[in-house]
Design a protein around this ligand. Sequence first.
Ligand SMILES: [Zn+2]
Length: 248
Amino acid sequence: MQDQELERYSRHILLSQLDYDGQQTLLNSRVMVIGVGGLGSAAAQYLAGSGIGHLTLVDDDVVDVSNLHRQVVHTEATVGMNKALSAKQQLTQLNSSIEIEAVTTKLNEAELLTHLASVDLVLDCTDNSASRMLHNRVCVEAKTPLVSAAAIRMEGQLMVVDANQQDCPCYQCVYPDLSDQQDTCSQSGILGPVVGIMGVMQALEGIKLLTSLGASSCGKLISFDALDLSMRSFTVHKNPQCSVCAAK
Ligand SMILES: [Zn+2]
């Protein structure tokens, strides 16, 4: 790390649990954020600020004016622009010393697996269960740690999936029958800060996974209720018959 970086990340380096080595790990890390909507806006800003060396932002959607109340990496000036490109533009202003790659197409399973070969961590910030199931499946197959989250109305949830950790359940273990007919924010509404809280928690869990900071969150489903500010942790178990992660 050069003097400029030591100064920039000094408040991280001051943390005895993270220290110089932890920050250097973040600078050497490659993280893919799939979906740069509400979750991705919050997560990507903290990952960029934290000095993740290479960020890949994936989104094929364009910024709509109805996104701006929660997708705060975008601005009025980028309405109509692809979200990955809009976010890259903003995040480059936050941290010009990291590499940011924008992928403006929806990646299929084969393309995702190709990308995962050079990625240390995935944050699933998409807004539908079909995408979350796909990202869960490819991350288990590639053994790439995944932080998956969802938010709707005034609730959020988060789960860490890491096939490298023994007995770590995957998203399919917990939701074996999840259909694609789930609510989305565009149908049911979402209170702006709720999705921000969940996205920031994804960035937090991601940094912990990359740096081995704290206890593993594998085997927990975290549920957030915005109305009473309660955060509950449910223990979840690996399904030995899971169609995605069994015997892997
Ligand atoms: Zn599973």
